[in-house]
Ligand binder design. Structure first.
Ligand SMILES: Nc1ncnc2c1ncn2[C@@H]1O[C@H](COP(=O)(O)OP(=O)(O)OP(=O)(O)O)[C@@H](O)[C@H]1O
Length: 278
Protein backbone atom coordinates (compact mmCIF):
# COMPACT_ATOMS: atom_id res chain seq x y z
CA UNK A 1 0.00 0.00 0.00
CA UNK A 2 1.29 3.34 -0.91
CA UNK A 3 1.32 5.77 1.92
CA UNK A 4 1.91 8.55 -0.52
CA UNK A 5 -1.23 7.68 -2.51
CA UNK A 6 -3.37 7.86 0.61
CA UNK A 7 -1.84 11.03 1.93
CA UNK A 8 -4.05 14.07 2.07
CA UNK A 9 -2.80 16.76 -0.29
CA UNK A 10 -1.10 19.57 1.52
CA UNK A 11 -3.22 22.64 1.08
CA UNK A 12 -2.17 24.60 4.13
CA UNK A 13 -1.97 28.32 3.66
CA UNK A 14 1.67 29.32 3.20
CA UNK A 15 3.18 30.93 6.26
CA UNK A 16 3.42 34.67 5.91
CA UNK A 17 6.92 35.86 5.30
CA UNK A 18 8.07 39.26 6.33
CA UNK A 19 9.73 41.17 9.07
CA UNK A 20 7.52 39.66 11.76
CA UNK A 21 9.05 36.22 11.17
CA UNK A 22 12.48 37.23 9.92
CA UNK A 23 15.11 36.31 12.46
CA UNK A 24 18.22 38.48 12.38
CA UNK A 25 21.25 36.53 11.26
CA UNK A 26 23.56 35.69 14.14
CA UNK A 27 26.71 37.78 14.28
CA UNK A 28 29.77 36.35 12.56
CA UNK A 29 31.89 37.46 15.50
CA UNK A 30 30.50 37.45 19.02
CA UNK A 31 32.63 38.66 21.92
CA UNK A 32 31.30 38.91 25.46
CA UNK A 33 33.01 40.27 28.55
CA UNK A 34 36.43 39.49 27.14
CA UNK A 35 39.39 40.01 29.43
CA UNK A 36 42.95 39.44 28.30
CA UNK A 37 46.02 39.39 30.48
CA UNK A 38 49.11 38.04 28.76
CA UNK A 39 50.68 36.67 31.95
CA UNK A 40 49.54 36.64 35.58
CA UNK A 41 52.24 39.22 36.37
CA UNK A 42 51.30 41.74 33.67
CA UNK A 43 48.37 44.19 33.65
CA UNK A 44 44.99 43.50 32.09
CA UNK A 45 45.19 44.52 28.42
CA UNK A 46 41.51 44.06 27.48
CA UNK A 47 38.88 44.57 30.12
CA UNK A 48 35.25 43.49 29.65
CA UNK A 49 34.98 43.85 25.87
CA UNK A 50 31.60 43.20 24.21
CA UNK A 51 31.59 43.28 20.43
CA UNK A 52 29.51 41.73 17.63
CA UNK A 53 30.41 41.90 13.96
CA UNK A 54 27.73 41.26 11.38
CA UNK A 55 27.89 40.22 7.75
CA UNK A 56 28.48 43.11 5.40
CA UNK A 57 29.63 45.74 7.89
CA UNK A 58 32.96 47.51 8.16
CA UNK A 59 33.89 48.43 11.72
CA UNK A 60 36.73 50.84 12.41
CA UNK A 61 38.72 50.10 15.55
CA UNK A 62 40.28 53.21 17.04
CA UNK A 63 42.57 53.75 19.98
CA UNK A 64 45.95 55.13 20.81
CA UNK A 65 49.06 53.00 20.82
CA UNK A 66 48.83 50.29 23.47
CA UNK A 67 45.04 50.56 23.89
CA UNK A 68 44.62 46.91 22.86
CA UNK A 69 43.56 46.98 19.20
CA UNK A 70 46.00 44.31 18.01
CA UNK A 71 45.32 42.21 21.09
CA UNK A 72 41.59 42.29 20.33
CA UNK A 73 42.30 41.01 16.83
CA UNK A 74 44.70 38.38 18.15
CA UNK A 75 42.03 37.12 20.53
CA UNK A 76 40.09 35.99 17.46
CA UNK A 77 42.86 33.77 16.18
CA UNK A 78 44.21 32.26 19.38
CA UNK A 79 47.31 34.47 19.47
CA UNK A 80 46.20 36.23 22.66
CA UNK A 81 45.08 34.37 25.76
CA UNK A 82 41.38 34.63 26.63
CA UNK A 83 41.67 35.12 30.38
CA UNK A 84 37.89 35.28 30.84
CA UNK A 85 34.79 35.83 28.74
CA UNK A 86 33.88 34.31 25.40
CA UNK A 87 34.95 34.80 21.79
CA UNK A 88 33.12 33.13 18.93
CA UNK A 89 34.29 33.18 15.31
CA UNK A 90 31.32 31.80 13.42
CA UNK A 91 30.52 28.62 15.29
CA UNK A 92 33.97 28.30 16.82
CA UNK A 93 34.38 28.94 20.54
CA UNK A 94 37.93 30.28 20.49
CA UNK A 95 38.60 29.79 24.21
CA UNK A 96 37.92 26.07 23.83
CA UNK A 97 39.89 25.47 20.65
CA UNK A 98 42.54 22.80 21.08
CA UNK A 99 46.02 23.39 19.65
CA UNK A 100 45.43 20.99 16.77
CA UNK A 101 42.25 22.91 15.80
CA UNK A 102 44.04 26.25 15.58
CA UNK A 103 44.79 25.81 11.91
CA UNK A 104 41.09 25.43 11.13
CA UNK A 105 40.27 28.48 13.26
CA UNK A 106 42.87 30.59 11.46
CA UNK A 107 41.45 29.46 8.13
CA UNK A 108 38.23 31.22 9.14
CA UNK A 109 39.99 34.55 9.58
CA UNK A 110 41.41 36.54 6.68
CA UNK A 111 44.13 38.91 7.81
CA UNK A 112 45.62 42.03 6.27
CA UNK A 113 48.65 43.64 7.88
CA UNK A 114 50.44 46.96 7.73
CA UNK A 115 53.48 45.37 6.09
CA UNK A 116 51.42 43.27 3.62
CA UNK A 117 53.31 40.06 4.61
CA UNK A 118 53.70 38.76 1.06
CA UNK A 119 56.50 36.48 -0.09
CA UNK A 120 58.36 38.94 -2.28
CA UNK A 121 60.19 36.52 -4.57
CA UNK A 122 57.04 34.58 -5.43
CA UNK A 123 54.54 35.65 -8.04
CA UNK A 124 51.47 37.65 -7.17
CA UNK A 125 49.31 34.67 -8.21
CA UNK A 126 51.19 32.27 -5.93
CA UNK A 127 50.84 34.68 -3.03
CA UNK A 128 47.09 34.74 -3.52
CA UNK A 129 47.00 30.95 -3.82
CA UNK A 130 48.78 30.76 -0.48
CA UNK A 131 45.44 31.82 1.03
CA UNK A 132 44.03 28.43 0.07
CA UNK A 133 46.80 26.57 1.92
CA UNK A 134 44.84 27.05 5.12
CA UNK A 135 42.20 24.76 3.74
CA UNK A 136 42.79 21.04 3.64
CA UNK A 137 44.02 19.43 0.43
CA UNK A 138 44.70 22.40 -1.82
CA UNK A 139 47.58 20.72 -3.63
CA UNK A 140 47.32 17.89 -6.12
CA UNK A 141 49.66 14.90 -6.18
CA UNK A 142 52.39 16.86 -7.93
CA UNK A 143 52.37 19.53 -5.25
CA UNK A 144 50.83 22.19 -7.45
CA UNK A 145 47.67 24.17 -6.91
CA UNK A 146 44.43 22.87 -8.37
CA UNK A 147 43.06 24.47 -11.50
CA UNK A 148 39.92 25.61 -9.67
CA UNK A 149 42.03 27.41 -7.11
CA UNK A 150 44.09 29.10 -9.82
CA UNK A 151 40.92 30.29 -11.55
CA UNK A 152 39.53 31.59 -8.27
CA UNK A 153 42.82 33.37 -7.48
CA UNK A 154 42.77 35.06 -10.88
CA UNK A 155 39.17 36.12 -10.36
CA UNK A 156 40.11 37.65 -7.03
CA UNK A 157 43.07 39.48 -8.55
CA UNK A 158 40.65 40.87 -11.09
CA UNK A 159 38.31 41.86 -8.24
CA UNK A 160 41.08 43.89 -6.58
CA UNK A 161 42.14 45.39 -9.92
CA UNK A 162 45.56 43.85 -10.49
CA UNK A 163 45.00 40.71 -12.58
CA UNK A 164 47.53 42.11 -15.06
CA UNK A 165 50.25 41.70 -12.39
CA UNK A 166 49.53 38.02 -11.72
CA UNK A 167 52.90 36.77 -13.02
CA UNK A 168 55.05 39.51 -11.53
CA UNK A 169 57.14 38.94 -8.40
CA UNK A 170 55.26 40.43 -5.46
CA UNK A 171 58.25 42.55 -4.41
CA UNK A 172 58.10 44.52 -7.67
CA UNK A 173 54.66 45.94 -6.85
CA UNK A 174 53.91 49.26 -5.16
CA UNK A 175 52.69 49.27 -1.58
CA UNK A 176 49.08 49.83 -2.59
CA UNK A 177 49.26 47.01 -5.11
CA UNK A 178 50.84 44.68 -2.54
CA UNK A 179 48.06 45.44 -0.09
CA UNK A 180 45.51 44.57 -2.75
CA UNK A 181 47.28 41.23 -3.26
CA UNK A 182 47.07 40.68 0.48
CA UNK A 183 43.32 41.38 0.36
CA UNK A 184 42.91 38.89 -2.51
CA UNK A 185 44.90 36.34 -0.47
CA UNK A 186 42.56 36.88 2.49
CA UNK A 187 39.51 36.41 0.23
CA UNK A 188 41.02 33.17 -1.07
CA UNK A 189 40.33 31.76 2.39
CA UNK A 190 36.57 32.34 2.05
CA UNK A 191 36.85 33.93 5.47
CA UNK A 192 34.19 34.36 8.13
CA UNK A 193 35.73 37.75 8.90
CA UNK A 194 38.57 39.95 7.65
CA UNK A 195 40.84 41.58 10.22
CA UNK A 196 42.87 44.48 8.88
CA UNK A 197 45.44 45.68 11.41
CA UNK A 198 46.51 49.18 10.36
CA UNK A 199 46.33 48.21 6.68
CA UNK A 200 47.05 51.70 5.36
CA UNK A 201 49.72 52.85 7.80
CA UNK A 202 52.41 52.35 5.13
CA UNK A 203 50.46 53.91 2.26
CA UNK A 204 50.09 57.44 0.96
CA UNK A 205 46.74 59.21 1.50
CA UNK A 206 45.36 58.49 -1.96
CA UNK A 207 46.25 54.81 -1.86
CA UNK A 208 44.94 54.57 1.70
CA UNK A 209 41.52 55.57 0.45
CA UNK A 210 41.70 53.16 -2.50
CA UNK A 211 42.48 50.25 -0.16
CA UNK A 212 39.83 51.21 2.41
CA UNK A 213 37.23 51.66 -0.35
CA UNK A 214 38.11 48.20 -1.59
CA UNK A 215 37.78 46.61 1.85
CA UNK A 216 34.41 48.23 2.39
CA UNK A 217 33.03 47.25 -1.00
CA UNK A 218 34.21 43.68 -0.45
CA UNK A 219 32.50 43.65 2.91
CA UNK A 220 29.24 44.82 1.37
CA UNK A 221 29.36 42.71 -1.79
CA UNK A 222 30.61 39.48 -0.24
CA UNK A 223 28.83 39.88 3.11
CA UNK A 224 32.06 39.53 5.05
CA UNK A 225 32.47 41.67 8.17
CA UNK A 226 35.68 43.71 8.20
CA UNK A 227 37.33 44.93 11.40
CA UNK A 228 39.91 47.54 10.51
CA UNK A 229 42.18 49.34 12.97
CA UNK A 230 43.03 52.88 11.98
CA UNK A 231 44.94 55.79 13.47
CA UNK A 232 43.52 58.49 11.22
CA UNK A 233 40.07 59.75 12.26
CA UNK A 234 38.96 61.13 8.87
CA UNK A 235 39.68 57.75 7.29
CA UNK A 236 37.60 56.02 9.95
CA UNK A 237 34.77 58.50 9.41
CA UNK A 238 34.76 58.05 5.64
CA UNK A 239 35.31 54.31 5.35
CA UNK A 240 33.34 52.55 8.09
CA UNK A 241 29.77 51.75 9.03
CA UNK A 242 30.48 51.60 12.73
CA UNK A 243 33.24 52.73 15.07
CA UNK A 244 34.59 51.12 18.20
CA UNK A 245 37.04 53.19 20.26
CA UNK A 246 39.33 51.55 22.80
CA UNK A 247 41.05 53.27 25.63
CA UNK A 248 43.20 51.36 28.11
CA UNK A 249 41.61 48.11 27.04
CA UNK A 250 37.98 49.26 27.41
CA UNK A 251 35.42 50.32 24.83
CA UNK A 252 34.83 54.05 25.41
CA UNK A 253 33.10 54.94 22.12
CA UNK A 254 30.80 52.74 20.07
CA UNK A 255 28.22 53.63 17.48
CA UNK A 256 27.23 54.03 13.88
CA UNK A 257 29.77 56.21 12.11
CA UNK A 258 27.04 58.46 10.70
CA UNK A 259 25.88 59.24 14.24
CA UNK A 260 29.31 60.21 15.57
CA UNK A 261 31.23 63.39 15.01
CA UNK A 262 34.97 63.79 14.95
CA UNK A 263 34.86 65.65 18.27
CA UNK A 264 33.13 62.74 19.98
CA UNK A 265 35.58 60.29 18.48
CA UNK A 266 38.49 62.37 19.69
CA UNK A 267 37.56 61.40 23.26
CA UNK A 268 39.25 58.11 22.47
CA UNK A 269 42.52 60.03 22.51
CA UNK A 270 41.74 62.44 25.36
CA UNK A 271 44.69 63.23 27.64
CA UNK A 272 46.83 61.31 25.24
CA UNK A 273 50.38 62.53 25.04
CA UNK A 274 50.82 61.13 21.56
CA UNK A 275 49.96 63.16 18.53
CA UNK A 276 47.03 61.95 16.44
CA UNK A 277 47.85 61.77 12.74
CA UNK A 278 45.77 63.75 10.32
N1 LIG B 1 52.78 39.24 23.90
C1 LIG B 1 52.57 40.19 24.84
N2 LIG B 1 52.94 39.99 26.13
C2 LIG B 1 52.73 40.93 27.08
N3 LIG B 1 52.14 42.13 26.83
C3 LIG B 1 51.77 42.39 25.56
C4 LIG B 1 51.96 41.45 24.51
N4 LIG B 1 51.47 41.99 23.35
C5 LIG B 1 50.99 43.20 23.68
N5 LIG B 1 51.18 43.45 25.00
C6 LIG B 1 50.77 44.65 25.73
O1 LIG B 1 49.40 44.83 25.56
C7 LIG B 1 49.06 46.21 25.45
C8 LIG B 1 48.22 46.44 24.21
O2 LIG B 1 49.04 46.19 23.06
P1 LIG B 1 48.42 46.14 21.61
O3 LIG B 1 49.53 45.80 20.67
O4 LIG B 1 47.22 45.28 21.61
O5 LIG B 1 47.98 47.67 21.42
P2 LIG B 1 47.58 48.46 20.11
O6 LIG B 1 46.41 49.30 20.45
O7 LIG B 1 47.42 47.52 18.96
O8 LIG B 1 48.85 49.38 19.89
P3 LIG B 1 49.50 49.94 18.51
O9 LIG B 1 48.51 50.92 17.95
O10 LIG B 1 50.76 50.59 18.95
O11 LIG B 1 49.73 48.76 17.61
C9 LIG B 1 50.39 46.98 25.47
O12 LIG B 1 50.61 47.46 26.77
C10 LIG B 1 51.41 45.92 25.12
O13 LIG B 1 52.63 46.19 25.74
Amino acid sequence: MSIIAKATPITATPLPVGPSLARPAPPRIHIRDLTVRYTPDTPVVLDGIDLDLHAGETVALLGSSGSGKSTLMKSLTGFAPITSGTVHVGEVDVARVRPRQLRALRAEVGQVFQQFNLIGRLSVLTNVLAGSLHRAGPLNALGTFRGADRRRALELLDRVGIAHKASDAARTLSGGQQQRVAIARALMQDPTVILADEPVASLDPRMSRVVLDLLRSISRDEGIPVLVSLHVLPLAMDHSDRVVGLRDGRVVVEGRTADLDAEGLATVYENDDEEVED
